[in-house]
Design a protein around this ligand. Structure first.
Ligand SMILES: [Zn+2]
Length: 135
């Protein structure tokens, strides 16, 4: 993967985390955020489809995780974003995809994401807009 892809990813990741309020940032403390080109075997075994833009895997904030010592209000897990599936891959599209997954980690389901303007419809529109802008 090009270093520019990583630079953009780290920049957007930082921007979104810095934009969270202190409480949400605290809830995200135990969520790793990673970038990969495309889903690999471990992702597929977690239920990720080959064409997905990304996923959150773990225990959402506010859910019981069945017995660790962490408070239930914190999310625990992993967000993986797939640069090769986000076309075009640019700040606007990456930001929306990552925002969607952070929203899940913080407790949202798909309907909550839709209501927050972060649903698959909104991501589809952003991809179309970015494709139009670059052609
Ligand atoms: Zn989702």
């Amino acid at each position: 993967m090009s270093p520019l892809v990583y630079l953009l990813f780290w920049s957007v990741r930082r921007q979104l985390l810095e934009g969270l309020d202190a409480e949400d940032l605290e809830r995200m403390r135990h969520v790793r955020i990673e970038l990969a080109l495309r889903p690999e075997l471990e992702d597929v075994l977690r239920g990720c489809g080959g064409g997905e833009f990304g996923y959150f895997w773990g225990t959402r904030a506010g859910e019981s995780d069945g017995g660790t010592e962490l408070p239930e209000t914190e999310a625990v897990g992993l967000i993986r974003i797939f640069a090769g599936n986000i076309r075009p891959f640019c700040r606007a599209t990456l930001e929306l995809v990552l925002r969607h997954e952070i929203h899940h980690a913080l407790g949202a389901d798909e309907e909550d994401c839709d209501l927050a303007g972060l649903g698959s419809y909104h991501i589809g529109r952003a991809l179309e807009a970015a494709a139009g802008a670059s052609s």
